[in-house]
Design a protein around this ligand. Structure first.
Ligand code: ADA
Length: 560
């Protein structure tokens, strides 16, 4: 399963995941241990590799001829790829796709080998022992495609406005010409009965944008939380009048705007009732199948949630497809959690961060469920050095996408020096848990500091993390912390007080489910798990499930 819809009708593609691959441990006592494993998967779900940190080898074979592209949707967290024992690419960072192009393959069987490495090291600059698990493996899909000498890489749709029954949108089409000379091509695109053409255009050698126009679309419904209407944009590319490639993507017609203290979805001020969610599961690790993703989203909707924050990295495209289809708004953020200045000073940190941002936006641009891009969760936004990196990363987001706001979540109470940079101000806070304060006290203090430093009279303000821990099954009437009862008490007051604060437009609960964390976090993480889930790691609901459901379902999706 690569997406919830077919992305090609003409380009031939073969899924290389969804079957058994050969697997070999390359280090430690697991060296030369051989298994047969299904990809996508994480090796922490293989017997004997539950806590393995280091390199492993995945191998498979594929039939092909001619020019091919092999796309990896995610490999955690470093990959070196070989085709017929020739090294093709080394890629770092688990959470965004990358691909290789292999030209002029002889007809027949070819080998594909991937050395995967989930160790912590300076060059893997976005990873460290952390309050989430950095798994190892080919944790997302792998697909082989036969490509023509010019093929379509992206068709970007940016909804602009709805005028009467017309939706105006900017269309950009990008291609890759892998031949050795410029080629004359034509691309015809359709969205329902709306059709438009590039006319004959020249595709220069390499990657280029061959089309950019504002198009008026007739008879299309808008996308929104209650009615998430989606449409396919089907583009076919021809050379000398012969259709040789296509790309099918999916879009939703909606706009995201900021107005005063609100974020507007199709001109309506949205009330965010969200959950932070890690890609984590005791059986699947970070390689959750679609049915497990859908199960999580079903619980989130059942609790009255209307948004998910992809804490703390870009998510699998299949998950975003489901959010598009189920009308669940997404805060998507690039990969970073609680990186101090020393980590942000790693030589490759900013390069890897910018790559994570660029890959996130260029691959996920058309998902209507994504309403905001974010960066650097609780990183060094209290330092001048950190500020420069925050600035550079937010500038890249604004360059790549002017249709969505950008932000970051901070916990640097009264010392954050970056509050003038984002479009939306977002704080993580833990009253009733880490702080012996009420949520009302904390949010007023934080909001006062925000308004003294954000350099705007009005700005959307949100709480992006709030919650409390509870060990599933630990029940007691003494209301001690870690009991399910105390978690209910904390969340009931946190949600009530935060959403009662007149300048707060939304809240994300930390967090949807209990998750595995790095071993080094054992000290204040009973079970070596982050236990602030509303459900445990097996999705068994804690008492707080009904508390959150009662609170969230008492609000609508909009402040009006
Ligand atoms: C921080 C962090 C989360 C998680 C949370 C907690 O806000 O952003 O990833 O670690 O604290 O559980 O304390």
């Amino acid at each position: 399963m690569l997406r919830t819809f077919e992305t090609h009708n003409i380009r031939k593609e073969t899924e290389l995941s969804g079957k058994v691959w050969e697997f070999t441990g390359l280090e430690n006592e697991q060296k030369d241990t051989k298994l047969q494993v299904v990809v996508p998967s994480c090796w922490e779900s293989y017997a004997g590799f539950e806590s393995y940190r280091g390199k492993c080898l995945y191998e498979t074979v594929f039939e092909a001829e001619g020019d091919v592209k092999i796309e990896f949707k995610g490999v955690s967290h470093g990959a070196t790829v070989f085709v017929d024992d020739k090294e093709m690419i080394s890629h770092y960072d688990a959470y965004t796709p990358f691909d290789i192009i292999v030209k002029a393959l002889e007809k027949g069987e070819h080998s594909l080998k991937v050395i995967v490495d989930n160790s912590f090291k300076e060059d893997y600059s976005l990873n460290k022992s952390n309050d989430y698990m950095s798994y190892g493996g080919i944790n997302r899909g792998v697909v082989l495609q036969n490509i023509s000498k010019v093929y379509i890489t992206n068709t970007y749709v940016t909804p602009i406005e709805k005028v009467g029954d017309l939706w105006k949108a900017k269309i950009e089409i990008l291609v890759n010409n892998i031949s050795d000379k410029d080629q004359e091509i034509q691309i015809i695109s359709k969205v329902e009965s709306n059709e438009f053409s590039t006319g004959k255009v020249i595709a220069k050698v390499g990657k280029s944008k061959v089309f950019e126009e504002i198009i008026e679309f007739k008879n299309l419904e808008s996308w929104n939380v209650e009615s998430p209407k989606l449409y396919k944009i089907i583009s076919q590319l021809s050379i000398n009048g012969i259709v040789c490639d296509d790309l099918v993507d999916r879009v939703g017609f909606r706009t995201v705007k900021i107005k005063g203290k609100q974020i507007l979805i199709n001109d309506r001020p949205v009330l965010i009732k969200g959950f932070n969610r890690h890609e984590d599961h005791p059986h699947f690790c970070s390689a959750l199948p679609m049915s497990a993703m859908a199960y999580d989203l079903g619980l989130i909707k059942d609790m009255g949630g209307n948004s998910v924050r992809t804490s703390h990295y870009p998510n699998d495209e299949i998950f975003l497809d489901l959010c598009d289809e189920m009308g669940i708004l997404v805060w998507e953020e690039s990969h970073a959690r609680s990186m101090k200045e020393e980590h942000m000073r790693r030589p490759l940190f900013q390069q890897h961060s910018l790559e994570s941002i660029e890959n996130m936006i260029t691959n996920h641009y058309n998902h209507p469920s994504i309403y905001i891009w974010a960066i650097l969760n609780e990183c060094a936004s209290e330092t001048e050095f950190g500020r420069e990196l925050y600035k550079g990363q937010l500038e890249l987001i604004r360059k790549l996408d002017k249709s969505r706001p950008c932000s970051f979540a901070t916990c640097k109470y009264n010392i954050d020096i970056c509050l003038d940079l984002p479009d939306v101000i977002c704080w993580n806070m833990y009253p009733y848990w880490y702080e012996e304060k009420t949520a009302d006290q904390m949010i007023r203090e934080i909001h006062d500091y925000t308004m003294e430093n954000c350099q705007r009279k009005e700005i959307p303000f949100m709480i992006t993390e709030i919650g409390a821990g509870a060990i599933y099954g630990f029940r007691s009437s003494d209301n001690d912390k870690w009991t399910e009862e105390y978690q209910c008490y904390a969340l009931e007051n946190q949600i009530k007080e935060v959403l009662a604060f007149e300048d707060c437009m939304g809240v994300y609960i930390w967090q949807f489910c209990d998750i595995r964390v790095s071993k080094e976090y054992f000290a204040h993480r009973p079970r070596t798990r982050n236990n602030k889930g509303i459900v445990d790691e097996y999705r068994k609901p804690k008492l707080a499930y009904d508390t959150v459901k009662k609170a969230f379902t008492s609000y609508g999706n909009y402040w009006e």
